[in-house]
Design a protein around this ligand. Structure first.
Ligand code: MN
Length: 199
């Protein structure tokens, strides 16, 4: 039995930066880490040529263990921008134990949780500060920043869930892309991903 005696019982989050005091881990994703994730390969290559080290998102987490019944919480901070017409987003995943659910509490910024069932059925939770997205079992999910500021969420999920990233890559992406809207009335629009092959 694992006893997480060294793990802090209290963490503290800075809502504007996502910094999590008391974290047990942190990782960053830079442009060069995200090849194949965005639909517009030419736009991606052009951006990569300018600054491959551009920071796209940061995750800070409190992971007491990976045991069934335990919980991981942490922050995801996704910086604003577009690649081609597509808004900055996280790589996305299905939990390796696929029936594990998750919540995302928006602390700052304006973004989406793009969720997809295995048959390609899409649902989108739009988040502003104070709003919480529920990502149910068996949902592929990714965050998308559709605002002009960093989009920071506080997530909580089952510690044994794990992440399967390949389920998105092998299908040619997710069924829908989140792109800049043409009209001034809305920030974003979801459009069919022409590269999507289903699964
Ligand atoms: Mn997840």
């Amino acid at each position: 039995m694992h006893h997480p005696s060294a793990v802090p019982l209290v963490t503290r989050v800075d809502a504007s930066t996502g910094a999590l005091v008391g974290r047990t881990g942190r990782y960053e994703k830079r442009l060069r880490d995200l090849g194949g994730v965005y639909a517009d390969q030419d736009a991606f290559s052009a951006r990569l040529a300018v600054d491959p080290d551009e920071l796209i998102y940061v995750v800070e987490e409190h992971r007491p263990s990976e045991q069934p019944g335990d919980l991981i919480h942490g922050t995801s901070t996704l910086y604003p921008g577009t690649i081609g017409d597509e808004y900055h987003m996280t790589r996305g995943h299905l939990h390796a134990i696929a029936d594990r659910a998750e919540t995302y509490h928006c602390l700052s910024g304006h973004g989406l949780l793009l969720c997809e069932e295995l048959d390609g059925t899409t649902s989108i939770a739009e988040l502003h500060p104070g709003e919480i997205a529920y990502v149910g079992p068996h949902r592929i999910h990714r965050s998308v920043n559709v605002g002009d500021e960093p989009f920071t969420t506080l997530f909580t999920y089952a510690a044994d869930a794990g992440q399967d990233y390949e389920i998105i890559a092998t299908a040619g992406g997710m069924a829908k892309l989140i792109a800049r809207a043409d009209d001034a009335a809305s920030r974003w629009v979801s459009v069919d991903n022409e590269a999507y092959r289903g699964r």
